[in-house]
Design a protein around this ligand. Structure first.
Ligand SMILES: [Zn+2]
Length: 109
């Protein structure tokens, strides 16, 4: 993907509207591309600056850019672990089911 294609995701990323895969793809790119990181940072400062004006008492604080990237990277890593564990458990469950089915067939015969 070219840099300008990642820019389409900036707004959604800032609004927390991207799914796991899109977030992971974008974070992986901005961690390696200084230009896109700088552009995302600028856009974030603009949007979060406007939000800070409207911030009411009791609203959750708006994180700094570096903090947001750190949080999202952590969240992606956690979700990645859960997704892998789910796949591994599904495979394990499938293997166990096959063993029981085969045992059942052997018992019948
Ligand atoms: Zn880029």
């Amino acid at each position: 993907m070219e840099c300008r294609e990642y820019h389409k995701y900036f707004n959604s990323f800032i609004n927390n509207e991207l799914d796991y895969k899109e977030t992971k793809t974008l974070l992986s790119h901005v961690s390696q591309c200084k230009d896109c990181d700088a552009d995302l940072h600028s856009q974030y400062i603009m949007i979060s600056g406007l939000r800070k004006i409207d911030l009411k008492e009791g609203d959750p604080p708006i994180p700094e850019y570096e903090e947001l990237i750190k949080q999202e990277t952590k969240r992606c890593r956690r979700e990645g672990i859960i997704r892998r564990a789910f796949v591994e458990l599904s495979i394990l469950a499938l293997i166990i089911s096959v063993i029981f089915i085969l045992k059942g067939i052997l018992w019948i015969n």
